[in-house]
Design a protein around this ligand. Structure first.
Ligand code: C2O
Ligand code: CU
Length: 522
């Protein structure tokens, strides 16, 4: 039992807490929010809106057998040009960042063989997926680099038999199986190696997984060229173009953690969309569907259109993290925390041709207050529409009848404090909650001061925030919620599969600092 827990864990966060104690004052009194957020690091300057938005390529299955689409993904080191004229070494699925998009269909299984050609273990998680435990990317279900037979530092059992029957160690490759028994949604896949998720996602290990279904295809929503996945994330760069990430061990071998100034999360001063800095997007005067994903390690956004279209309410939300809403909801702005997705339609025919429309970030300042720019072209024939009805009404939440209420208190991660849930850091061998397959529970997520809550497997709806009804953007089924202050109550439904899963803070540095817990579905 005990040998599954890396021994260094016992000492580590105690020490980190102590060394971090003296530093936050520097952050708090620093010369402005931006420098404080990036702990004083500055990336080489880049001209904004100089590069057109790329769309990640869609991966082709290598085979289709018995109704399952089979994919092969190599996890590769590569060099790409992100800042003009400078090479950036990355780790990418198929050597690109973002990784290739996997397009899947509800009810049609997918199997993805991942081969690890990197120098460290990896884990792949399908975020938002209702996935059997042994394919879910439990953080200790490591895939060792090809040719490696052990990994000192992670004492993980070989083969099946990881904690709670998860998949355990794999050598060089693993096949992840996704049944896709869930409605159309914008999912994404990313690295989830215990202790090192932050740096490994930062290096590029993230991609879209778009799940489609017939119900959605029967709607007249914008599609094809007018459906744009937008992976938004922030990065810091060194002068030579490489990513700056303040790891204690730059090789990511076995000493986890970041320098104390970044303990509250690594935020960048350079905003990337689909892997390029502040792109421009030429659009027709027509409706576009934007699948917004905040893939940042720690940064939250408050997105708005600048200028707003005449009459406002330019961001028409059609979907939440894990599916379409019953009806569209129009917003002037949207908060998007790390890991969250918002599916929105913007009608650019509401703007005079020639208008430049900024996707702005009210939560940023200086360069991080801007994300990308739409350059609106002439009005064109547009047979898309945003139907009044996107799907059936959601059943009313039976809060009083819920079987169990639990509280998860997310505390620390900044100010030199350890990142804890219910005052504990993650232990792979400790089970923190047991739930029944098919049940719905009410969970109170309380935070201090702000944490993006995410759980694997279960999907939820927001019951209230600090005792008042949810916000207009909170509708629909979700897997991640940015808890901005105080408390959020959610109704979580556990369907699909028994087994051991994790819940955690999606501020990836907090997660790596063990702001994570085990729960088991029985
Ligand atoms: Cu997107 Cu457990 O993560
Ligand atoms: Cu957090």
């Amino acid at each position: 039992m005990g040998d599954r827990v890396p021994r260094r864990r016992l000492l580590r966060w105690g020490l980190g807490g102590i060394t971090g104690l003296a530093l936050p004052a520097v952050v708090a009194t620093g010369a402005g929010v931006r420098l404080a957020m990036t702990a004083g690091h500055r990336s080489p300057p880049v001209r904004r809106f100089a590069v057109a938005l790329p769309v990640p390529p869609v991966l082709r299955p290598v085979a289709t057998e018995g109704g399952t689409d089979r994919y092969e993904v190599r996890q590769l080191p590569a060099e790409v040009e992100i800042l003009p004229g400078l090479p950036t070494p990355i780790w990418g699925y198929e050597g690109i960042f973002p990784g290739p998009t996997i397009e899947a269909r509800s009810g049609r299984p997918v199997a993805v063989r991942h081969r690890n050609h990197l120098t460290v273990p990896t884990v792949v998680h399908l975020h938002g997926g209702v996935t059997p435990a042994d394919s879910d990317g439990y953080p200790l279900d490591l895939v060792l680099p090809v040719g490696r037979h052990d990994w000192p530092g992670h004492h993980v059992p070989d083969g099946p038999g990881g904690p709670g029957g998860t998949a355990g160690l794999a050598h060089g490759q693993r096949v992840y199986r996704y049944p896709n028994q869930q409605p159309a949604a914008t999912l994404w896949y990313h690295d989830h190696r215990m202790d090192f998720t932050g740096p490994q996602v930062c290096r590029g290990l993230a991609g879209f997984y778009l799940l489609r279904d017939e119900a959605e295809e029967n709607l007249p929503l914008p599609r094809g060229e007018r459906e744009l996945p937008l992976m938004i994330c922030d990065r810091l760069f060194n002068e030579d173009g490489s990513f700056f990430y303040p790891s204690l061990d730059p090789e990511l071998r076995d000493r986890p953690g970041v320098h104390a100034l970044f303990a509250d999360g690594v935020r960048g001063d350079t905003i990337l969309v689909n892997g390029v800095p502040w792109p421009f997007v030429p659009v027709d005067g027509a409706r576009y569907r934007l699948r917004i994903l905040n893939a940042s390690n720690a940064r939250s956004y408050h997105l708005h259109l600048d200028p707003p279209p005449p009459g406002g309410a330019g961001l028409v939300q059609i979907g939440s993290d894990v599916g379409l809403l019953p009806r569209p909801v129009a917003h002037d702005s949207l908060y998007v925390g790390p890991g969250e997705r918002y599916d929105v339609v913007v009608d650019f025919s509401r703007y005079p041709p020639g208008t430049s429309v900024l996707l702005g970030n009210g939560a940023g300042d200086g360069p991080t207050a801007e994300v990308l720019r739409f350059d609106v072209g002439p009005r064109v024939v547009d047979d898309s529409a945003i139907p009044e009805r996107l799907g059936p009404d959601l059943e009313p939440l039976d809060v009083a009848g819920a079987v169990t209420t639990r509280t998860f208190r997310f505390l620390g991660g900044q100010g030199g404090l350890p990142a804890t849930i219910n005052l504990r850091t993650f232990e792979p061998d400790r089970l923190d909650a047991r739930v029944r397959l098919g049940s719905t529970e009410i969970w109170r997520i309380t935070v201090d001061p702000e944490h993006p809550f995410h759980l694997h497997l279960g999907h939820f709806r927001i019951v209230d925030r600090n005792g008042v009804p949810p916000e207009p953007q909170d509708g629909g089924w979700k897997d991640t919620v940015q808890v901005r202050a105080g408390e959020v109550r959610i109704a979580v439904r556990f369907t699909g599969h028994p087994g051991r899963y994790v819940l955690h803070c999606h501020n990836l540095e907090h997660g790596d600092m063990m702001m994570m817990a085990n729960y088991e579905v029985v």
